[in-house]
Design a protein around this ligand. Structure first.
Ligand code: NAD
Length: 294
């Protein structure tokens, strides 16, 4: 972190309607959390299956709240109705802030962000939930980079309080202030950080995954490593955490980290993550990763 983060103004624009691109693990969670806390949200994906998964996740979380007596069925219906699933950019002119949460692939993100910029108003704030890709890199092809910053949630979105708000070279104070205010409205704790691969949390997390990869390569049993880390006091071990994150996201993110910090985060040869990924063991998202899920 070379520069000091922090000097953003309090001139936040109102966010009365948000949108999330990608209805996967993260997009579904963002839609749920936004709707729950009172900001209606459009949820766009490229296919109906994606939309169905995002809605299913939101319904599951809301049903749990109803079961626990935290919400009545009427309120649950209201919250669900404030998530509008869509396959196109039809209503995006009314959107005040967009959270991009499509796959962790720079080319896909670049294309999606550019087409979104065409669909929204000139003052709409665009954010990316990328785990590792540089915000300046993603901003490079945008017409209005001043309206763009990172908004990095953690998984599962409804449980994890932290949101990294990432300031790019050209990001305006308004974009930062608006994103910080929206994160707070969602009940989250935003921190403003400067741009670099992995931002703050993943610069800590990926060397930890690297340690795990090395242990497995040296012959350690991944289940034992998980148990040890739990005894150490962490809520879950690295293999389980990779299953939660998703092996595809973990692999893509690991590659970006290795490119950004080759001296510290590059791994020679095939890693345990590569083996899982190559065998379609993506983790909880397809019910099998290091562990099997029902
Ligand atoms: P995911 O695979 O669960 O979901 C991605 C979704 O994006 C899919 O539903 C897919 O159909 C959709 N999609 C692909 N191309 C699209 C397009 N052009 N337009 C609209 N939708 C499109 O992935 P995820 O785990 O939710 O990750 C999404 C983003 O969030 C990634 O950038 C990832 O790095 C980041 N992230 C993930 C985690 C995590 O733990 N999984 C945590 C923080 C941030």
């Amino acid at each position: 972190l070379k520069k000091k983060a922090g000097a953003w103004s309090k001139e936040a624009s109102e966010v009365n309607l948000a949108a999330v691109l990608g209805a996967g693990i993260m997009g579904g969670g963002v839609a749920y959390q936004s709707a729950l806390k009172g900001t209606p949200i459009l949820m766009k994906d490229i296919n109906q299956d994606g939309i169905a998964l995002g809605l299913k996740e939101a319904k599951k979380l809301l049903s749990k709240r109803v079961e626990k007596g935290k919400m009545d069925a009427g309120k649950m219906a209201d919250v669900l109705n404030s998530i509008t699933p869509t396959l196109n950019y039809g209503d995006f002119k009314n959107v005040d802030l967009v959270v991009e949460a499509v796959v962790e692939n720079p080319k896909v993100k670049d294309a999606v962000l550019r087409e979104t910029e065409e669909a929204v108003r000139e003052d709409t704030i665009l954010t990316s939930n990328t785990s590792t890709i540089s915000i300046d890199k993603l901003a490079a092809n945008l017409k209005r980079p001043e309206n763009f910053c990172g908004m990095h949630f953690f998984n599962p979105v409804h449980m994890m309080p932290l949101v990294e708000v990432i300031r790019g070279e050209k990001t305006s104070d308004r974009a930062i202030a608006t994103t910080v205010a929206y994160a707070k409205a969602m009940g989250k704790t935003p921190i403003v950080v400067n741009d670099c691969p992995g931002f703050l949390v993943n610069r800590v997390l990926f060397p930890y995954f690297g340690g795990f990869i090395g242990l497995v390569r040296d012959g350690a049993d991944f289940q034992k490593v998980d148990k040890v880390m739990e005894k150490f006091g962490w809520p879950m071990g690295p293999a389980y955490l990779l299953d939660v994150v998703g092996m595809d996201t973990g692999k893509h993110a690991g590659e970006v980290m290795a490119e950004g910090f080759p001296d510290r985060m590059k791994h020679e040869g095939t890693t345990a993550i590569d083996v899982m990924f190559d065998n379609n063991r993506y983790g909880q998202k397809n019910d099998v990763g290091f562990y099997k899920y029902e």
